[in-house]
Design a protein around this ligand. Structure first.
Ligand SMILES: [Zn+2]
Length: 218
C-alpha cells in the first residue's frame, strides 16, 4: 500500500489516509479498516440524507461506541442538493454525537457557509475535538478564527483555489484526493508547494505534521 497523504478519501488506503463513509452501506468497510489500524470516519453525507432512515442515527452512535478510534464523516450541508431543513437536522444530530463522544468530524460544506457557521456558533463551548473542512470553500478571512475556535483544518484536492491555498495557515493545511480509488496525491502536493513558494519536501513535511496533529486531537 502506498504512503501518500490523503486527508479525505473514500477508499481503504495506507496509514496517512482517512477513509470516509458517505452512507450507512459504507460503514462496515470503514469499521473493518479502522479495526485493521487505519483511519476512518462514518456518517451520512448531505447527498444521502434519504439513507438516514429508521435507526441510522442510533446505529451510528452504537458503532462509534464500539470503535473508539472512529471519527465522524462525511457530514455537512450542500445548497445544491434537496431539502436543506432535513440536511441541517441530520448534520446537527451527527455533530452532537461527535461532540458528546469526543470524535473529530469531517465536513462537506457547499454554498451553505452562513448556516454552517450559525450551527457551529450555537454549539457554544461544546465542540468536537477537531473539524476538517474538506475542499474548503468558505471565506479566506475566517480561517484563522475557525482554526482557533474549532481546531479546524482545511484540505484541498487540487491547486485551482490559489487564494485559499496561499492564505491557509501553515499549521492547518492538508491535502486530499476525495477519490474512491487509491490515488497518488504527489502532483497535488507539488502544485500546492508551488503556490506557497516552498519545496515539495517541505510541503510534504507540513502535511504530514498537520495530519498527525489532527488525528491525535481526534
Ligand atoms: Zn468526500
Amino acid at each position: 500500500m502506498n504512503d501518500y497523504i490523503d486527508a479525505h478519501c473514500h477508499y481503504c488506503g495506507g496509514k496517512n489516509t482517512i477513509y470516509n463513509a458517505t452512507r450507512p452501506d459504507d460503514w462496515d468497510a470503514v469499521v473493518a479498516h479502522v479495526r485493521d489500524g487505519g483511519h476512518g470516519a462514518i456518517g451520512i453525507h448531505p447527498w444521502y440524507i434519504g439513507d438516514a432512515h429508521n435507526n441510522a442515527i442510533d446505529k451510528l452512535r452504537q458503532i462509534l461506541a464500539e470503535n473508539p478510534k472512529l471519527t465522524v464523516g462525511e457530514i455537512g450541508l450542500d445548497k445544491y442538493r434537496p431539502d436543506m431543513d432535513r440536511q441541517i437536522e441530520i448534520f446537527c444530530q451527527q455533530l452532537d454525537i461527535a461532540t458528546q463522544m469526543g470524535r473529530g468530524v469531517h465536513v462537506h460544506c457547499v454554498g451553505a457557509w452562513d448556516k454552517m457557521l450559525n450551527i457551529m456558533k450555537s454549539c457554544g463551548q461544546k465542540l468536537p475535538p477537531f473539524i476538517l473542512f474538506h475542499r474548503y470553500s468558505g471565506n479566506v478571512a475566517d480561517m484563522p478564527r475557525l482554526a482557533e475556535k474549532y481546531n479546524a483544518f482545511f484540505s484541498y484536492h487540487n491547486a485551482q483555489d490559489i487564494v485559499r491555498i496561499a492564505q491557509t495557515p501553515t499549521n492547518r493545511i492538508l491535502v486530499e484526493s476525495d477519490m474512491d480509488i487509491p490515488t497518488d496525491t504527489t502532483q497535488i502536493v507539488k502544485d500546492i508547494a508551488a503556490i506557497r513558494h516552498t519545496t515539495y519536501a517541505e510541503m510534504l513535511n507540513i502535511f504530514h505534521k498537520n495530519f498527525i496533529r489532527m488525528i491525535q486531537n481526534g
